[in-house]
Design a protein around this ligand. Structure first.
Ligand code: PMP
Length: 362
């Protein structure tokens, strides 16, 4: 049997074994076509079926209302940092942002290239270890949208509720937590996410955009970066990342088979509880980075009191088959990413390893 690592990578990240096996079975000959999905025209009936199925499964699983478009694009979430202001931030308007950490920062920097921005809430004073309180945020009168990063992958913080923005569209970068829990999509004007954490391999980026917002881009925006281009062409304006879309479709089918997003949320909570409990019951040996009320169920960030021990933790964990536990270089420490496809067994193994490591070195 193939040996699979305890994969806690932050992205690209673990994919369901069943999905990989299914792709392996279909790799050389997809559905009797005599060729792989990668070798066929994106205008073929077989690929069109994949394109349609991925979109309709996303609609079904995420409860996307009919007045929204689902786009399957390229360029990663990083391109959306620019596409959002290019398409939605009109002359005389301000792009409002919640500054929660590393990825929000990148989104804001990009928006500044296109127009006025305002940071309406930040947790910088706490080194971004929490989601700021948004109960009384003031949006500028001319706000084009409010942008949030629903899960900060590097700091390990996650929104537990979303701000009410009235008529101002709420825009969310959900790259690291899309489909990890049910969301009321109708509260958002636009949601985007790179696929490589919860949805499949890298290469495809999901954009869920309300019809009216997709139809109103300034005339000067390049064709490929306009939402209406991809709306009009059903995400087939140019050659799509066909293999990534195919893989995402398999992941979506797998998710449906698991009982959908609500079922997977419970699974994610059970998984992360094992690790957060180990941190909290360690008598201070392990210290969670995120404040408890902002803890992410996708990225668990924690520290040990000495950097030497953190290095040793990574080394010893690797020797036991764990992958991806080193924290991001910008914040240091340790991080376990527990996306949908990370099995409970990996988290049980990690919790046990953490307890044993503490016994050896505590
Ligand atoms: N936003 C968040 C929250 C992310 O975690 C990442 C990637 N780790 C990005 C944006 C950037 O995504 P991409 O690499 O697809 O451009």
């Amino acid at each position: 049997m193939t040996k699979r690592a305890f994969n806690f990578n932050a992205g690209p990240a673990a994919l369901p074994l069943e999905v990989l096996q299914q792709a392996q079975e279909q790799f050389v000959d997809y559905n009797g076509a005599g060729m792989s999905i990668m070798e066929m025209s994106h205008r073929s009936a077989l690929y069109e079926q994949v394109n349609n199925e991925a979109q309709s499964l996303l609609r079904e699983l995420f409860g996307i209302p009919s007045n929204y478009h689902v786009l399957l694009l390229q360029g990663g979430a990083s391109t959306q940092f620019a596409s959002v202001p290019m398409n939605l931030l009109h002359a005389g308007q301000t792009g409002a942002y919640v500054m929660t950490g590393s990825w929000a920062d990148k989104a804001i920097k990009e928006a500044k290239l296109f127009g006025e921005t305002a940071i309406v809430a930040t947790s910088e004073s706490d080194k971004f270890n929490r989601i700021p309180d948004l109960s009384s945020i003031q949006l500028p009168d001319n706000a084009a949208y409010l942008h949030i990063t629903s899960n900060e992958t590097i700091e390990g913080t996650q929104f537990t509720s979303y701000p009410d923005t009235g008529n101002v569209p709420l825009v969310a970068d959900m790259s690291s937590d899309i489909l990890c829990r049910p969301v009321d999509v109708s509260k958002f004007g636009l949601i985007y996410a790179g696929a490589q954490k919860n949805l499949g391999p890298s290469g495809v980026t999901i954009v869920i955009v309300r019809d009216d917002l997709a139809a109103n881009s300034p005339k000067t925006i390049p064709t490929m970066l306009r939402y209406d281009t991809h709306v009009k062409n059903d995400s087939l304006y140019n050659t799509p990342p066909s293999f990534s879309v195919y893989m995402a479709n398999l992941v979506l089918k797998w998710l449906k088979g698991k009982g959908g997003v609500a079922a997977v949320e419970q699974y994610n909570r059970d998984k992360t509880k094992l690790i957060y409990d180990t941190i909290d019951n360690s008598g201070g040996f392990y210290r969670g980075f995120a404040q408890p009320e902002s803890r992410s169920i996708m990225n668990i960030t924690f520290r040990i009191h000495s950097e030497e021990l953190e290095k040793l933790f990574v080394k010893e964990s690797e020797a036991e088959g764990f992958v991806g536990l080193k924290g991001h270089r910008s914040v240091g420490g340790l991080r376990a990413s527990t996306y949908n496809a990370v099995p409970l067994e990996s988290c049980q193994a990690l919790a046990q390893f953490m307890s044993e490591f503490q016994k050896r070195h505590g």
